[in-house]
Design a protein around this ligand. Structure first.
Ligand code: PMP
Length: 288
């Protein structure tokens, strides 16, 4: 695979960054995970906008315009001859010294990795996932806002480790006040009757792009779609629960902390949303 790195396409074995890069030393940088389907990049504009917003908040100047970055993303896919792909777009603070001071980093590092999509096992979608809530709380927005998609993912990794140690694949993270936030790399939804509910960003979640797509699809299906504070009790007593994310798409959840969700198998609303989602990925997106 060829990797775009600071203005050139290099072989993946040559795609290396400095040990003085603050992305590595401090997690000082931002990123996006993007997917392409059938030679169309899904929600590209939304991903680029979110990247620029994350960068703006951490006062990181991306050395390419939006249009240039879109061009780079398309070119990375073309150069690698990929039809269905997963892309990682990363902008770090760049090389500096061993201190924190971002002013010492003269030039941001920009790279784009494109790879074949690593599909999750099919049984995840047909049987559904079992989750646990973990002790590691989601970062409080007042300290490090989860809306910033930064390279600092230790909060999520600590939660993921707890799930793995307990024999589960994924964790539900709570806020400091005990409300449901999100999983380590996916947003959470519940279905109760005709209501489709998901936690509001202020409680400490990433504004997922798949989350927004699913909210739009839910509205089109005439569900009542709302952002609402949710407790574990709400999840346990939901008809259906599912996760959303660029890589995972829509994943049914059938058990949480030992409690069966609904009938313990993927629900009908989840399945309808999965079908509708598949449909939009086929027809929407920026061609390359
Ligand atoms: N929450 C977190 C913490 C994530 O890392 C991701 C994946 N980027 C998501 C939610 C899902 O967001 P999206 O639908 O934009 O991929």
């Amino acid at each position: 695979m060829k990797v775009y790195l600071n203005g050139a396409f290099v072989d993946e074995s040559k795609a290396v960054v400095s040990v003085f890069d603050h992305g590595l030393l401090y997690g000082d940088g931002v990123f996006e995970g993007i997917r392409s389907y059938h030679r169309r990049i899904f929600k590209l504009r939304e991903h680029i906008d979110r990247l620029f917003e994350s960068a703006h908040t951490i006062m990181l100047r991306i050395p390419l315009s939006r249009a240039e970055l879109i061009g780079v993303v398309k070119q990375t896919l073309r150069v690698n001859g990929l039809t269905n792909a997963y892309l990682r777009l990363v902008v770090t603070r760049g090389e500096g010294d061993l201190g924190l001071d971002p002013r010492k980093c003269a030039r941001p590092t920009v790279f784009v990795i494109a790879d074949k999509i690593q599909l999750y096992p099919q049984q995840l979608y047909s049987r559904g996932l079992e989750l646990i809530t973990v002790a590691t709380q989601r970062n409080v927005p007042e300290a490090l806002n989860p809306q910033i998609k930064s390279l600092n993912y230790l909060n999520n990794i600590l939660a993921k480790l707890e799930a793995i140690n307990a024999g589960y694949e994924e964790a539900i993270m709570l806020s400091s006040s005990g409300y449901v936030t999100e999983c380590t790399g996916e947003n959470l939804f519940l279905v109760k009757g005709r209501q489709l509910l998901t936690p509001p960003p202020f409680i400490g979640v990433l504004r997922g792009i798949t989350r927004q797509t699913v909210m739009d699809l839910g509205t089109r299906m005439r569900l009542t779609v709302r952002e609402e504070l949710l407790t574990r009790h709400d999840l346990f007593n939901a008809d259906e629960v599912f996760l959303t994310g660029t890589a995972a798409e829509i994943v049914p959840v059938v058990k949480i902390d030992g409690r069966l969700i609904g009938r313990g198998s993927p629900g009908i609303v989840t399945k309808r949303l999965q079908r509708a989602f598949r449909q939009v990925t086929r027809t929407a997106g920026v061609r390359y």
